[in-house]
Design a protein around this ligand. Structure first.
Ligand code: GLA
Length: 376
């Protein structure tokens, strides 16, 4: 988080006593491996510098009192009683979802006061909700001594989304927020949950540009894609698309439209993740770019999760000689683009792309990585 304001005095002013625990968790950018996680496949996300921070203090009663410093409106503390969580209260649903899920998994919590701040932009495809869930779960783990390891925290966060918020997501975002760090990508097998940290080679740096077109995965399109994959798997007689051998692609392509194209995306995307991991390990920079661009085309044409603004950002990236590759990152239907550029060029390239985008699109692009220097 860039030059974080010291919020401790603000917690005290709001709740009348100091915070006992502070915890953070980052947003994530997925380098490659999109819409593969709910098909049991491979993903390769990285943590971004933008984070969510929570401060907590336990209470004597069963109340949760929560304040978000992100809300522009007047300072307002929202509250509910543990055991009486009800969805439909905006950002508070993530907090309510966490306490509900912890309870349903047999963990004992008392009430608490909660203060949170996030600089992961909402609806940007960079997992602001996973960052909130993981930060809060980390804070509650410390506050109430809960026996949770980092993988368990990720699985609980995913459960909050699926069972409480109503967004049928895979496990990538929460695993990335809980386990990814530094300049390494997290190569994750979403079926076995085995993971390995793969450093970026010295010659490349990531760029992340938010298109300003926001999305929500509780909404219809993401759900439809997931259902299409599940239907395809059933028609093809496999448990998940991960189980379909590459040689079976012709059989998949004979499925009714658009199922064949959906399956082709998932199969080829899994293969691209493995090829990207290989290229990163071998420092084969020339191989990286085509993999990213191919992933974008597959998302655009076969999986149909891109939007014109995102395609424009990718086209602007193609015109930059120092960009190796670029693609839509995250769930899609808006959000952000991830690029790999030659080390040392990222800030200039990203600023130029954002300016050109502003001249041609009705939205404004924001460069998130590399983090722009704070204005004086
Ligand atoms: C969202 C979901 C993830 C994953 C991506 C697409 O970010 O939360 O589980 O499915 O979309 O790769």
């Amino acid at each position: 988080m860039r030059s974080p304001p010291d919020d401790a005095p603000r917690f005290e002013a709001l709740f009348g006593r100091p915070a006992k625990v502070r915890a953070q968790a980052p947003g994530r950018v997925n380098l490659i491996g999109e819409h593969t996680d709910y098909n049991g496949g491979f993903v390769l996300p990285m943590a971004i510098p933008q984070q969510t921070e929570v401060m907590l203090a336990p209470r004597e009663d069963r109340k949760v009192r929560a304040f978000s410093a992100n809300l522009k409106s007047e300072a307002k503390v929202d509250e509910y009683v543990l055991g009486q969580e009800k969805p439909g209260r905006g950002w508070l649903d993530y907090v309510q979802g966490v306490t509900r899920v912890l309870h349903s998994e047999g963990h004992t919590l008392g009430g608490f006061d909660l203060w949170l701040r996030s600089d992961v932009p909402l609806g940007s495809g960079l997992s602001s909700s996973a960052a909130l869930e993981v930060a809060l779960l980390r804070g509650l783990r410390e506050c109430f001594g809960l026996p949770l390891d980092d993988v368990r925290i990720a699985l609980l966060g995913q459960k909050v989304e699926c069972d409480f918020v109503g967004a049928p997501v895979g496990v990538m975002d929460q695993m990335a927020s809980s386990l990814a760090h530094g300049g390494s990508a997290l190569f994750l097998d979403t079926r076995s949950l085995q993971y390995e940290r793969v450093p970026l080679p010295a010659g490349v740096e990531p760029i992340v540009v938010n298109s300003g077109v926001t999305h929500s995965h509780a909404g219809g399109d993401y759900r439809v894609r997931r259902a299409e994959c599940e239907r395809s798997a059933k028609l093809l007689g496999v448990e998940q698309l991960r189980d379909l051998p590459d040689g079976e692609l012709p059989r998949a392509l004979a499925l009714p439209e658009p199922l064949g194209r959906r399956v082709r995306h998932v199969l080829t995307e899994n293969a691209r993740v493995l090829a990207t991991v290989r290229a990163l390990r071998e420092g084969d920079l020339a191989a990286l770019g085509p993999l990213l661009y191919a992933s974008h085309v597959s998302q655009r044409d076969d999986y149909e999760v891109s939007v014109p603004e995102i395609d424009l950002l990718v086209d602007l990236a193609r015109a930059e000689p120092d960009v190796l590759g670029a693609r839509l990152t995250g769930g899609g239907f808006g959000g952000s683009v991830v690029m790999l550029a030659r080390t040392g060029t990222g800030a200039d390239v990203a600023a130029r792309i954002a300016t050109r985008y502003g001249e041609r699109a009705t939205h404004r692009a924001t460069v998130l990585v590399p983090q722009p220097a704070p204005s004086p």
